[in-house]
Design a binder for this molecule. Structure first.
Ligand SMILES: [Zn+2]
Length: 296
């Protein structure tokens, strides 16, 4: 599963090639990918029909993001909501032959192939949606309010890359939680975008143990966590994400942020600060790595 920095890096890559393109034709070969209600799978012929007809002739005006959802916004006011889930992949092939790939890393394949479920023919090239396990989805909404009304974005916390992410807001959201720090960060209701990798990295860089109860965190500890989220996530976007979970960048290469990991996937290795072996335990079913000496 890609984390937020990977999705943001993909959005930035696709934005360069998709904005201002006009949609000429859309084909769909698996109804559930475009007609489900999020992960609730339903085949809805009317939704498929709307999906392949309404956007025709419209221009893509922008690509935006909320948590790990990418929105492809159209000139007619409608939009596509894309969630790649585990194995979704977007591949844009320009008329010049140049390829822009993001998501699951199957490369050097024919296009379309047996995992291609949606084809968008644009005036400057073709965008393919491939999905080996078909957990992802691409949904059309006539406007953003209709999307909001579905509740798809309910219970999502603040965007850590936005200016709305302030220390005061973070503090008020986190200090009242009685849960364990890592669990609270993972559940996305305080701040979106901290998956397994970035939770461990943020906790380590902040010197706070991931199994601490949130309501025992001191003000300076909350400030340190806030500062590290603000430092680490943008750095990871800049590096194109970590690509540990089989994730590729828009240009088809793997992200570089993995080189910067200090604790994730390093159980038993020496701590970068004190040299003692890193410890590990499961929190909310996720392997969590930390330094018992450097984190309090
Ligand atoms: Zn240490």
């Amino acid at each position: 599963m890609p984390e937020l920095p990977e999705v943001e890096a993909l959005r930035l890559g696709l934005k360069k090639v998709l904005v201002n393109a006009t949609i000429r034709k859309i084909s769909v070969s698996r109804a559930k990918i475009v007609s489900s209600s999020g992960t609730t799978r339903v085949d809805n012929p009317q939704k498929v029909q709307d999906f392949i007809t309404i956007p025709l002739g419209q221009k893509i005006i922008s690509l935006t993001r909320r948590a790990k959802n990418i929105m492809i916004n159209l000139s007619g006011g409608g939009l596509f909501l894309v969630h790649l889930k585990m194995t979704g992949q977007l591949v844009f092939v320009a008329l010049t032959g140049e390829q822009t790939t993001g998501g699951h890393p199957i490369q050097n394949q024919d296009l379309p192939n047996k995992h291609t479920y949606i084809i968008f023919e644009l005036d400057n090239g073709t965008l393919y949606y491939n999905d080996v396990r078909q957990f992802g989805y691409v949904l059309y909404y006539p406007d953003s309010q209709t999307l909001l009304d579905t509740g798809h974005f309910d219970n999502l916390g603040i965007e850590p890359l936005s200016s709305d992410f302030t220390l005061e807001d973070f503090e008020s959201r986190i200090s009242q939680k009685t849960g364990v720090l890592k669990t609270v960060l993972l559940d996305q209701s305080v701040v979106v975008g901290c998956g397994n990798i970035y939770c461990d990295e943020v906790c380590f860089a902040s010197g706070v143990l991931p199994m601490r109860k949130c309501n025992t965190l001191t003000k300076p500890e909350i400030k340190k966590l806030y500062d590290e989220i603000k430092r680490i996530l943008p750095l990871a976007v800049e590096q194109g994400g970590s690509s540990v979970a089989n994730y590729l960048l828009a240009d088809g290469s793997r992200g570089n942020y993995a080189h910067y990991h200090l604790v994730y996937g390093k159980k038993g290795k020496p701590c970068a600060v004190c040299g003692r072996p890193l410890s590990s335990l499961k929190i909310t079913g996720r392997t969590t790595v930390f330094c018992e000496h450097c984190q309090k």
